[in-house]
Design a protein around this ligand. Structure first.
Ligand SMILES: Nc1ncnc2c1ncn2[C@@H]1O[C@H](COP(=O)(O)OP(=O)(O)OP(=O)(O)O)[C@@H](O)[C@H]1O
Length: 256
């Protein structure tokens, strides 16, 4: 079974994006199946983060279409885009916590911004999300008092506070030691199972990909090299994928 047989939640087609004279995307096509984990791989600077931002309409492509649940983001006005963005939660690379706010206030932040919930309702949700990511008795701590892995958990609790259908993870394991990396992989895996959401994970890490990925895509030189099931990814003869998997200097991928 290939990716085309699955229920697709996000479809990007013919995406072109430049910043000034710098061409980042030159005809990206990408399918993201619903309620599964899709990993997006690619060398540094190939525009993976830009791709993620385009999925939720934070950056618009110069050309191409982005469908979320069949609705085309590039044809939407601001109000429609705000509505679509509510389907998404994003965990940024650095977890991007507010340093001057406690853990509790960080997770409560999107609820205060986007809902009219009363304080006792907010409290219930915050405590429930913290419990879900495996954090107890830390709600009054400040981010600076937490380890890197705990901050990722708080970032994830905040990302899921509004119960998104789609969670985007921008390089969640970069800069973490192997044990912490494993912990974050498990967290992504468990969150997907527990909440039955669609997860899109940007990664450089083949071990993580093998562990959590249901589907794998690879982006290189502004184009999609592969976008398929993990099984087909492992079996492919594509020379770009093979070079990336082997970490070799030899092959079609140019190493700067
Ligand atoms: N808002 C922006 N304005 C101008 N250039 C940008 C903007 N966002 C990204 N870029 C450029 O687009 C290119 C792709 O960036 P992006 O962060 O998406 O790469 P990436 O594949 O996620 O890289 P990495 O794996 O190193 O994080 C980079 O050269 C970056 O400088």
């Amino acid at each position: 079974m290939g990716i085309k047989d699955s229920d697709i939640v996000i479809e990007m087609s013919g995406i072109y994006k430049s910043f000034g004279s710098q061409k980042v995307h030159e005809g990206i096509n990408l399918l993201i199946p619903r309620n599964k984990i899709s990993v997006i791989l690619g060398p540094s600077g190939t525009g993976k983060s830009v791709l993620l931002k385009q999925m939720m309409g934070l950056i618009m492509p110069d050309k191409g279409n982005i469908f979320v649940d069949g609705e085309n983001l590039v044809e939407m006005d601001k109000k429609q885009l705000l509505k679509v963005r509510k389907k998404f939660g994003m965990l940024f690379q650095s977890a991007a916590l507010f340093d001057s706010m406690s853990v509790y206030e960080n997770v409560a932040f999107p609820l205060r911004e986007h809902t009219k919930f009363k304080e006792d309702e907010i409290k219930n949700i915050v405590m429930e999300k913290l419990r879900l990511v495996g954090l107890v008795n830390v709600e009054n701590k400040m981010p600076s008092e937490l380890s890197g892995g705990m901050r990722k958990r708080v970032g994830l609790a905040r990302a899921i506070a509004l119960e998104p259908q789609i969670i985007l993870y921008d390089e969640p394991t970069t800069g973490l030691d192997p044990i912490m990396r494993d912990m974050v992989d498990n967290l992504i895996y468990e969150t997907q199972k527990e909440l039955d959401v669609t997860s899109v994970v940007i990664s450089h890490d083949i071990d993580s990909t093998n562990k959590i990925g249901d589907y794998v895509s690879m982006i290189y030189n502004g184009k999609t090299i592969i976008n398929d099931t993990i099984d087909n990814f492992r079996k492919t003869d594509d020379s770009y994928v093979k070079q990336f998997l082997s970490g070799s200097m030899e092959g079609p991928i140019k190493v700067n």
